[in-house]
Design a protein around this ligand. Structure first.
Ligand SMILES: [Zn+2]
Length: 250
């Protein structure tokens, strides 16, 4: 089984919103490709391809709040999968850590996949008040896919290679994944922790449930074995010159 990590654009924001001390920061938007004998699964699927258009309406909303994203044609989910020679139509599962647009945005391009989501996240996405509070935008995830709603831990392929682990708090039903592949043992943390400094500082975003995030992060850290690599949600240090995971076959 192989695990790849692909960067689908950059998110730009005041540093404080991401728990960073610089005034403005730019962070990567990664998603992951798991190539298993029983099918291809993605963990998250990056930004909406519609954001290639600088006039996209939600981009305007973000810009009004001092945020922005940039995405180039070679960073879309379609471009990354084409380079890996994986047919978009054959992706079996898209596990979404949560329903923010920078994690579920690629769903539109993955028409035949089953979404694998925590039940409480899916319900939050369709509850108008909760969705508004957490910024879960239906237009980026409500495309009529089959949705496998799981509650708590879930063994995706039934062989222990990909275990979904609830890590609630960033959003009501956020989840992470532990992936044991040829490259070792990785915990795909998602936005349960934006980057490595937050492990110490616990500077979580304002909208999130901080008590739940603290407990979730403690639980994820406790899962580590000596060789386990934590791959954080938006850590610039993990996607620079030496990315934590390859995005292409060698
Ligand atoms: Zn995010």
């Amino acid at each position: 089984m192989r695990l790849f990590g692909c960067v689908c654009g950059q998110f730009h924001s005041p540093g404080a919103g991401l728990g960073m001390s610089a005034e403005r920061v730019s962070v990567p938007v990664p998603f992951y490709v798991i190539e298993h004998a029983d099918g291809v699964a993605l963990f998250d699927c990056g930004l909406p391809t519609s954001m290639l258009d600088r006039e996209e309406s939600y981009l305007k909303v973000l810009q009004a709040q001092e945020m922005d994203v940039t995405l180039t044609p070679d960073e879309t989910v379609a471009s990354h999968l084409a380079r890996l020679d994986i047919d978009l139509a054959k992706v079996r599962y898209v596990v979404v850590s949560h329903l923010h647009f920078d994690h579920a945005g690629g769903l539109k391009d993955l028409p035949n996949a089953t979404i694998v989501v925590q039940k409480r996240e899916w319900e939050a996405g369709f509850d108008r008040d909760v969705a508004n509070h957490y910024g879960l935008r239906k237009r980026y995830f409500d495309w009529g896919h089959d949705a496998l709603q799981v509650h708590g831990e879930h063994d995706l392929f039934g062989d222990g290679s990909v275990r979904l682990v609830p890590s609630y708090g960033h959003t009501p039903g956020h989840q992470s994944a532990r992936v044991r592949s040829a490259a070792g043992d990785h915990i795909l943390v998602g936005d349960a922790c934006y980057h490595c400094e937050v492990v110490e500082t616990r500077r979580f975003p304002e909208f999130s449930d901080h008590a739940a995030m603290n407990a979730s992060l403690d639980r994820l850290l406790a899962l580590r074995d000596p060789g386990t690599v934590m791959v954080f949600g938006h850590d610039p240090a993990q996607w620079g010159a030496e990315p934590v995971l390859p995005s292409a076959r060698d």
